[in-house]
Design a protein around this ligand. Structure first.
Ligand SMILES: Nc1ncnc2c1ncn2[C@@H]1O[C@H](COP(=O)(O)OP(=O)(O)OP(=O)(O)O)[C@@H](O)[C@H]1O
Length: 651
């Protein structure tokens, strides 16, 4: 027992929530060696990490005050893992579970130890985050020709490089000095690094995430005190979706933990490696096994999908990896359960009408919630999903592009604003209440040693403020909500918590105008949702997407699961690079297919409104010749093409 926490003897520890793990998985949970778990979709890889975190914390195998660092690829995946650990082993223990993305891990190191970075590579305090390739190209375009007028071809070289961000980071750190025979590319890299790190007379400097990783890597290589502090802090490290790790990220991982006593557990699936465009490293599992002397473990269950879908996934798996293991389905399903079909249409409007009708039937007759249906596309969900979204709206059901919300809703400040509105207008909202109290206590630094009176007073102030907030919201109700009036109400919520305390507790909110931008963005979303709903409770629910059908790209769907998946556009144009990139495209197809628990529908349309060569929308005839491999896989798996109302054949 320590700090009022009674730890469990490892021999008595039991898997949480009545879950039964495969023997292999339970061994990994209890093991103190480095492991790499390679397993297919739905095998429970993320679940294994959540269970292992509980085991380590509850048995004190991650000895207090040491911590677990969990690294995922997406903010929502990191949040999801943290929530699971939080709800299973309690807030107190879960404080030592830090779940973040690769990008935030690197940024956290850079921001925290910025002053320890060699002056040459130290960015300014207010460096800007460069999130789009075009921003980088624009900066290069603007400043390089001015700095080096004797190179007449800057512009051509810069514009030719579609992947400037990665190219810029492809070099070793520390940056090598220029040699006379160095290529123009090396000159560009060095000059750009200088401009981006130090800024210019009218530019404050800016960094891409790969640059941030490179600088963090450099910092740890150069500074063994910081490196050792990191290693001492985290006795355990989890790596989710390991197949998508880039060379830059792997380098940072090695610098951080190779040769340390920290135990690393990596989980992933080579068949779901779809970030090759972002330089996901082929053969990363083998590198990891050798570098970290990790034990490989395989898992053979699929806890997500129905028997019919698992059979199809097994066939696709074999196509991707000849010797991939046969996956076993759980007995919660009936033997023949599951639906997979291809629906072919004359055009996208006909497709949209039919899909919308079916979806409404599923909702009304089968009782499926809109949130359990997902529209997945290869890219451009706004374009491929446009007609469907429009048709669905006729029935009063919303579909929405999820990317607009995924990152926003993973922000603590955004959630607290939404929780406060919920609490002001609803009598019963236990989750919102718990989250708000947790937030309030966290930013005030309250813990179990805080005096009861102080906690009581704090909660009392919250209740009083919520009453005032309710009145303000009701007053807004009477007006047509305008942004300025709403902005005032949102500001009052921030003021209640105290912006300084919020920023001290979450240092990311102190950087540049990040905080203000988030507040503006959520205020605009609240305003537009309210215009439709005219009710605060439903407005918040709408923003959380509780009643709408999410639409997303395959990349965004990684790690997620839905009862029903509709993949719109199994066509050549969607898989435009299939001839050059068939393996990655097949893996993407596999990811989309494996998000479904019970039903997957692929659609193809003879004519579809998509972008033409001039990047304008046009109704264009579609073909499926280039992706016959995908159709053949489905055909071999017994999936048939159905032509609802189809007049002109597509195949
Ligand atoms: N041992 C188990 N028993 C019952 N359900 C489980 C078990 N493990 C995982 N699940 C459930 O199965 C689903 C898939 O689990 P999880 O997301 O962990 O799989 P994954 O291997 O990470 O999948 P993917 O690679 O597709 O993202 C989840 O709904 C999870 O709650």
């Amino acid at each position: 027992m320590r700090n009022n926490i009674t730890f469990i003897n490892p021999l008595n520890w039991q898997v949480k929530d009545g879950i039964i793990l495969e023997n292999n998985a339970e061994e990994v949970v209890r093991s103190s060696s480095n492991h790499v778990i390679i397993a297919g979709p739905g095998a429970g890889k993320t679940e294994l990490l959540a269970q292992k975190a509980c085991y380590l914390l509850e048995t004190d195998s991650c000895t207090a005050p040491k911590k677990i660092l969990a690294i995922s690829f997406k903010k929502d995946a990191a949040e999801n893992l943290a929530d699971r650990v939080n709800s299973r082993c309690g807030k107190e223990l879960a404080r030592r579970f830090e779940s973040m993305t690769y990008d935030s891990f690197a940024k956290h190191l850079l921001d925290h130890f910025r002053l320890a970075i060699n002056e040459k590579y130290r960015p300014s305090k207010d460096y800007r985050l460069l999130l789009k390739d075009s921003e980088l190209a624009d900066i290069a375009d603007k400043y390089l020709p001015v700095l080096y007028p004797h190179f007449p071809n800057w512009r051509r070289v810069i514009r030719r490089n579609s992947d400037l961000a990665n190219l810029l980071c492809n070099m070793k750190l520390p940056l090598p000095p220029l040699k006379p025979d160095d290529s123009i590319q090396v000159h560009i890299n060095l000059s750009l690094w200088g401009i981006l790190i130090k800024g210019t007379f009218d530019f404050e400097g800016g960094l891409t995430f790969p640059m941030i990783s490179r600088i963090a890597d450099y910092l740890l290589r150069e500074n063994r005190y910081i490196r050792n502090a990191l290693r001492t802090t985290y006795s355990h490290v989890f790596l989710d979706e390991f197949q998508d790790t880039t060379d830059i990220q792997y380098s940072l991982l090695k610098t951080s933990f190779l040769g340390s006593k920290s135990t690393i557990t990596a989980v992933g699936d080579e068949k779901q490696r779809i970030m090759v465009w972002a330089r996901a490293q082929k053969g990363i599992f083998n590198h990891f096994k050798i570098d970290f002397q990790a034990i490989e473990t395989q898992l053979f269950m699929n806890y997500r999908s129905s028997p019919k879908l698992v059979t199809i996934q097994n066939i696709v798996s074999k196509n991707l990896e000849e010797n991939s293991a046969e996956v076993i389905v759980t007995d919660k399903w009936g033997e023949l359960e599951g639906i997979c079909e291809i629906w072919a249409f004359k055009n996208h409007e006909e497709e949209a009408i039919f899909l919308a009708n079916e979806v409404i039937n599923w909702i009304n007759i089968e009782g499926i919630k809109p949130r359990d249906i997902c529209i997945i596309v290869k890219q451009h969900e706004d374009i491929y999903g446009e007609a469907f979204k429009r048709r669905l709206a006729v029935y009063g059901v919303q579909a929405r592009e999820e990317k607009e919300y995924q990152d926003l809703l993973s922000e603590e400040i955004v959630n607290i604003i939404l929780n406060m509105i919920t609490l002001a207008v609803k009598h019963q909202a236990p989750d919102a209440r718990k989250n708000t109290i947790d937030f309030l206590f966290y930013i005030n630094g309250f813990d179990e040693s805080t005096k009861y009176e102080l906690l009581y007073e704090s909660e009392d102030q919250l209740s009083k403020f919520l009453l005032e907030l309710k009145i303000k919201l009701l007053e807004l109700d009477k007006l047509i909500v305008n942004e300025a009036a709403l902005q005032k109400v949102v500001s009052s919520i921030i003021e209640f918590f105290d912006p300084t305390k919020i920023k001290n507790s979450f240092p990311k909110y102190s950087r540049g105008d990040y905080f203000d931008n988030l507040i503006n963005e959520i205020t605009m979303k609240i305003q537009s949702a309210y215009q439709i709903r005219k009710d605060w409770g439903n407005t918040v629910e709408d923003i959380y997407g509780n009643h709408s059908i999410p639409m997303m790209t395959i990349h965004k769907s990684k790690g997620l699961e839905y009862d029903t998946v509709i993949f719109i556009g199994l066509e050549d144009a969607a898989f435009w690079n299939f001839n050059n990139n068939s393996e990655e495209d097949k893996r993407a197809f596999f990811v989309a297919l494996s998000r479904a628990k019970r039903r997957v529908i692929f659609t193809a349309s003879k004519v579809r409104r998509v972008l033409n060569r001039e990047r304008h929308l046009e109704n264009i005839e579609q073909s499926v010749q280039n992706i016959t491999t995908l159709y053949k896989i489905l055909k071999d798996a017994g999936v048939s093409i159905i032509r609802p109302k189809l007049k002109n054949d597509i195949s």
